[in-house]
Design a protein around this ligand. Structure first.
Ligand SMILES: Cc1ncc(COP(=O)(O)O)c(C=O)c1O
Length: 368
C-alpha cells in the first residue's frame, strides 16, 4: 500500500528475504541435521585466534569502541603496506558500499556494475535514490569489460566490480581491470569488491586483478575487503576500505560513529594474524570447488568455475523444485531467482566431512 510519507525510490525497493534459521526449517520439515550451504560462510568456523582474543575484551563492554578503529587500522596498514589515512572501517564491507554512494553520488549520478553482480550494489544505489546501471555480461556470465566500458557515461560516479563476483564466482583479469581504470571518467571511482580475495589467492595460476596493487598506481581505486568470509567472522560485522585519504575522509563524514563494535575490532585484529586458519580455509575451499565441478552431474547441469567459496550451478531447468528437493533432504542452498537467474542455485562449500553429502544429494536431486 502506498503511504504518503514514503518517497517513490523507497517504495520500490526490494525487501531482503532472509533465509530461515536452520532450527526453524528443521521444525517445519520434521528433519534434523540440516546443512546450510547458502550464505558463503566459512565452513571451517571462526578464526581460532579471534575466538581466543574475544573473551579478553568482555570486561570493557561498558566502554564505547574506539571510533577511529586505530589498532585495527594500524594492523591493516602494517599487513598491507598502506598508510593509516588510506583505511576506513565498516560494519561489514556492505556498510562501506552504502557510505560510498552517500558520500560521492549527487542526485543525477549513476552507479555502474554488470548484470548478475552482487545484489547490494543495486540496493546501495537505490536506497540513496541514485540511478543504477547494469552492463551486459559475457556468455559465461562474467564481467564483459568492453560492454561495461561502453555503459560509462558522463554521469557515472561509481563503477563497482566484485572479483571474484558473487554469485557467479567470475573474476576480472589484471588487464581487464586496467582497461576499466583507463576508461574511468576523471570524476569517478572504481570500487573493487574483494570479499573473496584470500580465497582467490589459492589459485595463483589464474590471472586475477589485484585491487591493492592498482590502488598504488591510481588514487581513484577503492578496495573493499571483509572479515565475514575467510576469517569466519560474519557475525561480528566488520570490513574495511583501502582508498585514497580523500575518499577515506568523506567516508568518515557520512558514516555513523561507533559503527564497528569493540568485539569486532578485537576479533578482526586477532584474525588478521591467523595465517594458519586462512591457509586451511583457502585450501579446503579450492578442493571443495574442484570436487563440485568434477563430481556434480545431471542432465543440462553446469557447475561454473569459481575462485571463491561457492559455486553457481545452472540446473538446466527451473531451480524452484530443485531447491525444494534439496531442502527436504536437509541441504539448504540459495536459489538465484532474485538475481534474475530462475534456473540457477548457488552452493557454498561445506567442510570436508560434509562435502560427500552435498555432492551426493545434489546428484540425487538432479537425477530425479
Ligand atoms: C561480493 C560480496 N561483497 C560483500 C559482501 C558482504 O560482506 P560483509 O559481510 O562484509 O558486509 C558479500 C557477502 O556475501 C559478498 O559476497
Amino acid at each position: 500500500m502506498t503511504q504518503p510519507f514514503v518517497p517513490p525510490h523507497v517504495q520500490h525497493l526490494d525487501v531482503y528475504q532472509p533465509g530461515k534459521p536452520i532450527e526453524e526449517l528443521e521444525r517445519e520439515l520434521g528433519i534434523t541435521g540440516a546443512l546450510k550451504v547458502a550464505s558463503n560462510e566459512n565452513p571451517c568456523g571462526p578464526s581460532p585466534k579471534a575466538l581466543a582474543a574475544l573473551p579478553g575484551a568482555l570486561p570493557e563492554l561498558h566502554l564505547y569502541p574506539d571510533a577511529g578503529g586505530f589498532a585495527l587500522r594500524r594492523a591493516l596498514a602494517d599487513k598491507y603496506g598502506l598508510e593509516l589515512a588510506q583505511l576506513a572501517l565498516g560494519n561489514g564491507s556492505n556498510d562501506l558500499l552504502y557510505q560510498l554512494v552517500l558520500a560521492t553520488c549527487e542526485p543525477t549520478d549513476e552507479v555502474l556494475t554488470h548484470r548478475f553482480a552482487f545484489l547490494s550494489y543495486r540496493l546501495a544505489a537505490q536506497v540513496a535514490g541514485r540511478t543504477f546501471v547494469a552492463a551486459t555480461v559475457t556468455p559465461e556470465l562474467a564481467c564483459d569489460v568492453d560492454a561495461l566500458i561502453a555503459a560509462i557515461t558522463q554521469r557515472t560516479k561509481l563503477v563497482v566490480i566484485g572479483t571474484p563476483n558473487n554469485p557467479t564466482g567470475s573474476i576480472v583479469t589484471r588487464g581487464g581491470m586496467a582497461k576499466i581504470l583507463a576508461a574511468l571518467p576523471a570524476r569517478a571511482l572504481l570500487v573493487i569488491d574483494e570479499a573473496y580475495a584470500e580465497y582467490a589467492a589459492e589459485w595463483p595460476e589464474v590471472d586475477h586483478a589485484d585491487g591493492l596493487a592498482l590502488l598504488r598506481t591510481d588514487r581513484r581505486v577503492v578496495v573493499l575487503r571483509t572479515f565475514s568470509k575467510i576469517y569466519g567472522l560474519a557475525g561480528l560485522r566488520v570490513g574495511f576500505a583501502a582508498a585514497d585519504p580523500s575518499v577515506v575522509d568523506v567516508l568518515g563524514r557520512v558514516g555513523r560513529t561507533f559503527h564497528v563494535s569493540s568485539l569486532a575490532q578485537v576479533g578482526a585484529i586477532a584474525a588478521l594474524d591467523d595465517d594458519e586458519h586462512v591457509a586451511t580455509s583457502a585450501r579446503q575451499a579450492r578442493i571443495a570447488i574442484e570436487r563440485l565441478r568434477a563430481e556434480v552431474r545431471g542432465p543440462g547441469v553446469r557447475v561454473y568455475p569459481s575462485l571463491a567459496n561457492f559455486v553457481l550451478i545452472d540446473c538446466g531447468r527451473a531451480s524452484g523444485p530443485i531447491y525444494d528437493g534439496l531442502l527436504r533432504r536437509g541441504v539448504i542452498v540459495r536459489p538465484m531467482a532474485a538475481w534474475g537467474m530462475p534456473d540457477h542455485i548457488r552452493v557454498s562449500v561445506a567442510c570436508e566431512a560434509d562435502m560427500p553429502r552435498v555432492i551426493t544429494t545434489l546428484n540425487e536431486i538432479f537425477a530425479a
